[in-house]
Design a protein around this ligand. Sequence first.
Ligand SMILES: C[S@@+](CC[C@H](N)C(=O)[O-])C[C@H]1O[C@@H](n2cnc3c(N)ncnc32)[C@H](O)[C@@H]1O
Length: 254
Amino acid sequence: MARITYDATTANSFRAVREIPRDGLAAWEDAVRRHLDPSPGMTVVDIGAGTGAFAAAFCDWFGARVVAVEPSEAMRALIPVRPDIQVRAGHAAALPLPDAGADAAWLSTVTHHVPDLPAAAREIRRVLRPGAPVLVRNAFAGRYERLRIVRWFPETARVLDTYPSVEETCAAFAGAGFAPTALESVPQTDIASLAELLERADALRDADTLMRSLSEQEFTRGKERLREAVGAQDPAADPAAVDLTSSLDLLVLR
Ligand SMILES: C[S@@+](CC[C@H](N)C(=O)[O-])C[C@H]1O[C@@H](n2cnc3c(N)ncnc32)[C@H](O)[C@@H]1O
């Protein structure tokens, strides 16, 4: 069971406020390119592909063919229809792929939803060619200094600390024969101003596992913090001076 239900309402909110515009993902394109060593036509399995934003990005950035595996029907329904993306029902521990049929696995903000990570790692081992990388984009317990949401809604750290840590994730994958080869913090930009973040707060509360965990009071306090910061901004100040980025970790295993 995922931590939240990805029904049609959540899927639409996810698309509206969680998908990061492509130009906010430049650092991710660069980081993934370095670790994936892509070649056109390679097969990438996107596990927990959601609404397919990264599946489409991998096709466009690297000329990959992506098998987008996603358990939620509502999320699958929003994955772009295009010849280089195959959409499949499934989950991390039951991948609808042949043995050694994929050149890389991508898991973006998924590991904390997977109930049995060691079983998922064994299944990923089965579908990957020997030596192929697993790229995990996630927040990990204890490592969220550069995660913007924690700055404004600090109580989200409570749930973040229940996510698998880097050590736990590596241990789960070690059981399937994988070893970590890289860990880096990678920034992304999905908003143009703090006012935009404030505008999105209600929809984010529906689409984001961390925001959902907040009590009414914690959520209201966070919005108040944001409102004060927006109000205190000098309209003449350079908007580029405000740090609007947020970072997640990229953990690579082979
Ligand atoms: C936060 S969304 C991330 C979607 C996408 N990877 C992205 O980054 O845009 C998490 C996704 O994981 C899926 N999910 C939940 N449990 C899963 C599991 N056991 N195996 C694979 N995916 C799962 C959910 O249905 C949801 O679409």
